[in-house]
Design a protein around this ligand. Structure first.
Ligand code: UDP
Length: 239
């Protein structure tokens, strides 16, 4: 007799661009819509974790250009992600879910520390876990953290929600009218063609550890729910 199949568990990476609606700060209408879409999937029994970016507040590389020490600027970037986490937590709760934030930098009044086994337990109980403060390490990105957390919490798939594009293209569709979208792609092909799906550290971590990654467009009614549920939207990238 084999063990019963485990429910589908997925990691959703949301960039700061999603949270800001393209601007600095928070667009609560957009975040609320994402939260309701997550609720739609959790209600169907999907276990969901989210890694949140922070580019709508600060990016370390940009602050470095403006004259700050890179590591300190990166910590500012990580702190920005936590504000996005709290907004998402609130709107997930408004959507009827229970949500827990875990941060890689400890801040006990605000969030739990990152404890992978506890994160898994939350998901098993139907709670959404929102991971903030990146890896807690300068020179890393939230893309990389999404791959790492997905692996450590045994997610079946990493779902990367994009603004402006609905998958991986052969060239930049904004500037090249001949660009075509891939339904499926291997990491090796993406590398050989120089396609920037996520940053290179995230990419190699996912490739080396056989983590499937689905890149999809955030716009379009119900896209987030569809991706969480395992529908074939966007581009699937595999080893
Ligand atoms: N960051 C970092 N280490 C991490 C994750 C993030 O130093 O593990 C910093 C980095 O400065 C980055 C900023 O936090 O620019 C915001 O994260 P990211 O750029 O990944 O957010 P996104 O592009 O997804 O909005």
């Amino acid at each position: 007799t084999s063990a019963p199949a485990r429910p589908r568990r997925v990691m959703l990476k949301l960039s700061g661009e999603v949270f800001g609606g393209g601007a600095v700060g928070l667009d609560l209408d957009v975040i609320g819509d994402v939260a309701r879409q997550i609720a739609g999937a959790v209600t169907e029994g999907i276990q969901v974790a989210v890694v949140v970016g922070g580019g709508n507040f600060f990016r370390g590389a940009e602050l470095e250009q403006a004259g700050l020490d890179r590591a300190r600027a990166d910590y500012m970037g990580m702190l920005g992600t936590v504000m996005n986490c709290l907004a998402l937590q609130d709107l997930l709760e408004q959507a009827g879910l229970t949500a827990r934030v875990q941060t890689a930098i400890e801040m006990g009044q605000v969030a739990e520390p990152y404890i992978p086994l506890k994160a898994i337990r939350h998901m098993e109980k139907g709670r959404v876990v929102v991971f903030g403060a990146g890896a807690g390490l300068p020179f890393f990105s939230t893309d990389t953290v999404s791959a790492q957390r997905a692996l450590e919490t045994h997610c079946d798939e990493l779902l990367v929600g994009k603004n402006g594009v609905d998958g991986v293209y052969s060239a930049d569709p904004k500037t090249n009218p001949d660009a075509t979208r891939y339904d499926r792609l291997t990491y090796a092909d993406a590398l050989a063609r120089g396609l920037k799906v996520v940053d290179s550290t995230a990419f190699s971590l996912a490739m080396d550890n056989n983590l499937p990654m689905r890149v999809f467009g955030m716009s379009g009614a119900g896209n987030v729910t569809a991706a969480l549920m395992g529908e074939t939207i966007g581009t699937l990238v595999t080893t």
